[in-house]
Design a protein. Structure first.
Length: 305
């Protein structure tokens, strides 16, 4: 097709209007297409005499070594960088484009809405959760200002020996074993958290091994230490003032400092020590029955508790 014909046949795509949205409840089939192609295509249609048309639609970079789709349409596009790599086009637009341009891979996303108004996105090929997760983490590690980095916080109790703590610090410094899930450790339900990546050795090297009693938090570089403590308050039911965090043995004390200034990066492991509040009544000291028995009232016995 000539440039003018293409422009007429796919005018909405050319003008970047009426794009498929995964947020609403209209069922549809959309196709993923490389953003490089679209950029060049739009340039060409805009100035057909000055610009060369794209050769072909190259979608291979959108697939992982397992030949699966490496972007999850359920994810925030900024978080996984999808908006930098691809666009979704309507199926009829894909058909129009592929009349003119050869292509390597067809990637579709089918959105359906079940009777209970549950939205379902099915991609073809499937989303590779491992590669998708690995890419998000790697992305976060390479941008100084990250928005969705994963950090780990391990609670150190009195029962932990100094050796344990040293071990934890060594783990966080080298973490050569890669990320894995402890099958006994109950991770919070999080459907967006895919599993580990087993394939890419260089990616594994920076991955942290999550252990029992450890939580992972999703944080941004501009959040403060206080923000982290507020998240930890939910995980460990401990007030921020009773939380003492260290990074590589260095105490983190300035609650107003941002994570970036504290040197906390995606993959960092913080150790958490918790103060027992002063004058707290331990469980052993409490009477077995919560309600004092009538007979003790006024005898002075309660005063000792
Ligand atoms: Zn993969």
């Amino acid at each position: 097709m000539l440039a003018s014909e293409q422009r007429a046949a796919a005018s909405q795509l050319y003008l970047d209007r009426n794009r498929p949205s995964f947020d609403n409840d209209d069922p549809f089939v959309a196709c993923a297409i490389s953003k490089d192609f679209l950029d060049q295509w739009r340039q060409f249609l805009r100035y057909p005499t000055r610009n060369v048309p794209p050769n072909s639609i190259v979608n291979a970079p959108l697939l992982c070594p397992h030949e699966k789709f490496v972007f999850n349409p359920e994810c925030d596009e900024e978080m996984d960088g999808a908006n930098e790599e691809l666009c979704y086009v309507w199926q009829h637009e894909w058909n129009t484009l592929t009349q003119t341009y050869p292509y390597d891979h067809v990637i579709t996303v089918t959105k359906s809405v079940t009777e209970g108004d549950v939205r379902e996105l099915v991609t073809s090929p499937d989303v590779c959760t491992e590669c998708c997760y690995a890419r998000i983490q790697e992305r976060a590690q390479h941008v100084e200002n990250y928005r969705y980095g994963t950090i780990y916080v391990r609670k150190i109790t009195k029962d932990h020996s100094e050796k344990d703590i040293e071990q934890a610090l060594n783990d966080s410094a080298s973490s050569k074993d890669g990320y894995s899930f402890d099958p006994d450790f109950q991770t919070p339900p999080d459907s967006k958290k895919p599993k580990l990546n087993r394939d890419s050795r260089n990616r594994r090297s920076s991955r942290h091994r999550k252990q029992r009693g450890e939580v992972s938090l999703t944080v941004g570089s501009t959040e403060t230490l206080r923000d982290v403590k507020l998240q930890l308050m939910k995980s460990f039911s401990v007030m921020p003032m009773d939380q003492h965090l260290t990074l590589n043995g260095v105490p983190l004390s300035n609650n107003d400092a941002t994570l970036i200034t504290l040197g906390i990066k995606p993959g960092s492991l913080l150790l958490l020590q918790i103060d027992e509040p002063q004058g707290a009544i331990s469980q052993d000291a409490l009477p077995v029955s919560n309600a004092p028995e009538e007979g003790f009232k006024g005898t002075g016995l309660l005063g000792h508790l």
